[in-house]
Design a protein around this ligand. Sequence first.
Ligand SMILES: [Zn+2]
Length: 186
Amino acid sequence: MIKDREKWLEHASQKIKVPQELIAKAFKDEIDGTPAMDAPLEIPDIMDITYKYSYGGISRFFRELRDNRRLYGSKCTHCGKVWLPPRINCNECYAPTEWVELGETAEVVTYTVVYYGTSTFYDRVPYVCAFVKVEGADTLIMQNIFLKDIKMAKVGMKVKIQFKEQRNGDMGDFWYVPADGVYDNV
Ligand SMILES: [Zn+2]
């Protein structure tokens, strides 16, 4: 039992930025119960983690995007299948792959409309998210397609790549717009 319950909760809430009622629930036994003096004591705490995320063997894909506005796939040295997203080894025959530059155009194979976006494209909703087959690739990649009107979206439509002006080396660095030039400049 914690003597100054309110003060303890207030302090804990400020410390870990969680509402008091949730902390009260999570620490009910310690706050309101009578745990044995030797029972493990748990306290509210917070962990901020920053770290380096490594792209490992597919690093070149992201550097080409960021530095050269180029889209690269990986081609199997044994069966010739071109993977996008790239794989360092072929998913089918496990042979190593080599980098190949892909085309600017793609075809929409299937799509959906996003009404609740994540932070990167939050201000773009509603937008189309599609599996597209990029010129030169044998697999599909999921990317966003920005249209003046989402009703323009259709299976089989031709789209072309557009790169973000300020690229960071991540999947948000590019998207697709209609190949015929009718598009929103994002
Ligand atoms: Zn292969």
